[in-house]
Design a protein around this ligand. Structure first.
Ligand SMILES: Cc1ncc(COP(=O)(O)O)c(C=O)c1O
Length: 414
């Protein structure tokens, strides 16, 4: 299947708003859903409903089998060896909080630290900041340069000067599209005895992930950014580290034996999955992965980055526009994904987004849940940046509509 034709699989793109078609350029916030996902979820809810891991009847066995086969699919999708290393959660945010909550139980000494970066989404920043404040340990933030590239010398300095317990880092910035050098980050962390959590919320729909090859300790992502339904996320972990993660929720499904005086818990992954899970979410995620497997990954990247490069080229022609991380786009060496942040100099970004909205071009403006990065890039005073983010269903006409709407905004606002 060619990525150029993918848009036909997304029924929402045939919808109109106020009688006109629109361009959806906010895929970094959430992706649209293709027919196979909608059909799989609908089929489950219409004719296959039963609870998982419970029943002594055919329907329940069938849904349990489908549910567990998605665990295997996810495991293969990220290069993990064993489906038991895949924990289903509510989302990337819950996956991170599940790990950070467990870190509350550790004993800390002066000189211990947690490392994050200036690129992080709040959901991979605030949990660690709060933990460090509670435990009285150092919260270290790796700075970025003006193009959003991490200062790896500073990172290494942190690792040498502190006892870093964990490095929690995004694999791709949701603001700039910058892809971090995760293999180097992991190698350095392990050399200094630190664990690494990778936030794959953005990278998951773009580049291949190989947790085994990278030797990463934890990986998190949300289904809704991978064409699947809401309220479903994944936590991957190496067996030994996952086994040390404490349960932060207790209830059904995760217990083996309960008496009045004590409880024996299940093994992984069930120990960390208390309560009835988001079954239709999991079914939808399986359908999303099957759908994506029909494409050739390099063709998908080519399609998305082709549109990305066209957008950058056009934006570069407008002297009043400042683009962030744009020098990385020429490098076809994995440094950038299909997310473009820019400002119209001297204009509040929400004013620009409002005019784009009137033109039925849907982008996001603001700090994109990454305020420390907005501060670093001096974006607070102009209301953050305008972000256009692309996906497999994006088309050339979306870029053309965006550009002509920007010219209109420029005319009105400058
Ligand atoms: C890089 C990154 N990390 C984490 C998250 C949080 O994802 P969720 O809100 O689905 O838990 C997002 C969502 O925008 C993100 O872009």
């Amino acid at each position: 299947v060619l990525p150029e034709n993918a848009w036909k699989d997304f029924p929402q793109l045939a919808q109109k708003i106020q009688g006109r078609s629109y361009s959806y350029l906010d895929s970094a916030a959430t992706t649209l859903k293709p027919w196979p996902v909608l059909e799989a979820v609908s089929k489950f809810l219409t004719s296959d409903v039963a609870n998982v891991h419970r029943g002594a009847y055919r329907l329940s066995d069938n849904v349990t089998e489908s549910f567990e086969s998605v665990r295997t699919q996810v495991s293969q999708w990220i290069g993990s060896q064993d489906p038991r290393q895949i924990i289903f959660t509510k989302g990337a945010t819950e996956s991170i909080n599940l790990v950070s909550n467990s870190f509350r139980n550790l004993e800390y000494k002066k000189g211990d630290a947690i490392v994050v970066t200036q690129l992080e989404h709040h959901s991979n920043f605030v949990p660690w900041q709060q933990l460090c404040q509670e435990k009285g340990i150092d919260f270290l933030v790796v700075p970025v340069n003006d193009q959003g590239v991490l200062d790896l010398d500073k990172y290494e300095e942190f690792l040498k000067n502190y006892r870093v317990k964990l490095v929690s880092v995004t694999l791709m910035s949701n603001v700039l599209g910058v892809i971090t050098d995760i293999q180097t980050i992991i190698q350095l962390a392990h050399k200094h005895g630190a664990l690494v959590l990778g936030d794959a919320a953005q990278l998951i729909s773009f580049q291949a992930i190989d947790v085994k090859k990278w030797d990463i300790d934890f990986l998190v992502f949300s289904g809704h950014k991978l064409f699947a339904p809401y309220g479903l996320g994944v936590l991957y972990g190496k067996f030994d580290v996952l086994n040390q993660i404490s349960c932060y929720q207790f209830g059904g499904s995760m217990v083996l034996k309960v008496t009045q005086s004590q409880t024996q818990f299940q093994e992984l992954p069930y120990r960390l999955e208390a309560g009835t899970p988001n079954i239709e979410g999991v079914i939808g995620l399986g359908a999303a992965i099957s759908y994506l497997n029909k494409f050739d990954r390099s063709q998908m990247i080519e399609h998305e980055m082709g549109l990305h490069n066209l957008l950058i080229q056009e934006l570069n022609l407008i002297s009043e526009i400042k683009i962030f991380a744009h020098h990385l786009w020429q490098a076809n060496d994995n440094q950038k994904g299909p997310v473009v942040s820019f400002i119209l100099k001297g204009v509040h970004s929400s004013d620009v987004a409002q005019i784009l909205n009137q033109e039925n071009v849907f982008v996001r403006s603001g700090v994109h849940c990454a305020q420390p990065l907005a501060e670093r890039l001096d974006l607070i005073k102009c209301g953050g940046s305008i972000r256009a983010s692309l996906s497999v269903y994006s088309q050339k006409k979306d870029i053309e509509k965006l550009i002509s709407a920007i010219y209109k905004a420029k005319e009105i606002l400058l």
